[in-house]
Design a protein around this ligand. Structure first.
Ligand code: NAD
Length: 257
């Protein structure tokens, strides 16, 4: 018997086997949850298909989170195929490379809008679209992914830090708004891990070294550890936790000097 037998989840943000979303999906599936996945653009379809096919009864659908029609169509398909929804994972972020690499003061208006649309507003849009399906399950749990650069100015993180601050505020406002409907909304603030998105951050490799040296546990986090934290937040194990930003970072955030 798995902890999540009979429950269903929808996963946004798998690009490849190094994606945090894939680590969380594997943990959810291990406990018996049936999963639907989305992919952004045809380029990623085959990769996501072949990962999803390793899990029982999975569903794979296209969705660019900037496109409202695609969002509607994903939730219509999930309704038809799965009939309910218990968990929603938002593991999606983007900022134009030049806006990450330039001095922060030179952030462009367009880049600012794009980063906030994809990395923060999409959490609101996806959670809203999930509500009718959560209702069928008597409630739901939403989990997003964030980073310490939302709270502190981290060199090289720039515009993405501002978008993550917005995402974290969205987590709290959604949690306050939807708690009465038994919908919980939380985020994992993950320590750095080497993924496709991370490679867009200038100096990422030295960030990894610095983190491993300074964190109380003296090492970086493993994808599997973020997977297990996602499982916790998306399962009834965390049933009275909402609006939280939970660090999974080997303790890095608690250190001063
Ligand atoms: P990743 O590249 O594997 O995942 C990012 C995902 O965002 C990809 O699947 C990509 O297709 C998707 N995406 C981007 N724009 C999109 C759009 N318009 N529509 C739909 N999907 C879109 O990298 P990851 O590191 O697994 O990132 C997942 C989440 O974790 C992100 O929110 C990221 O900011 C966060 N995070 C990552 C780290 C890290 O060090 N890797 C640390 C903390 C938080």
């Amino acid at each position: 018997m798995g902890l999540l037998d009979g429950k269903t989840g929808l996963i946004f943000g798998v690009a490849n086997k190094r994606s945090i979303a894939w680590a969380i999906a594997q943990a959810l599936s291990r406990e018996g949850m049936r999963l639907a996945f989305t992919y952004q653009g045809e380029r990623l379809k085959d990769g996501v298909d072949s990962l999803a096919n390793t899990l029982p009864d999975s569903l794979v659908l296209p969705c660019d989170v900037t496109n409202d029609a695609e969002i509607d169509s994903v939730f219509a398909s999930v309704d038809k195929e799965l009939g309910r929804l218990d968990a929603l994972l938002h593991s999606v972020a983007f900022a134009p490379r030049e806006d990450l690499e330039n001095d922060f003061v030179n952030t462009s208006r367009e880049g600012f809008k794009t980063a906030h649309d994809i990395s923060a507003y999409s959490l609101v849009a996806l959670t809203r679209a999930a509500l009718p399906l959560f209702e069928k399950s008597g409630g739901g749990s939403v989990c997003a992914l964030t980073y310490y650069g939302a709270e502190k100015a981290v060199e090289g993180y720039n515009l993405m830090g501002v978008a993550k601050a917005s995402l974290e505020a969205c987590v709290r406002y959604l949690a306050a708004n939807l708690g009465p409907r038994n919908v919980r909304v939380n985020a994992i603030s993950a320590g750095p891990v080497n993924t496709l998105a991370a490679r867009g951050i200038k100096g990422f490799t030295s960030m990894l070294h610095h983190h491993a040296e300074r964190a109380p546990l003296r090492r970086n986090v493993e994808l599997e550890e973020i997977g297990n934290a996602g499982l916790f937040l998306l399962s009834p194990m965390s049933s009275s936790i909402t609006g939280e930003i939970m660090f999974v970072d080997s303790g890095y955030n608690i250190v001063g000097l």
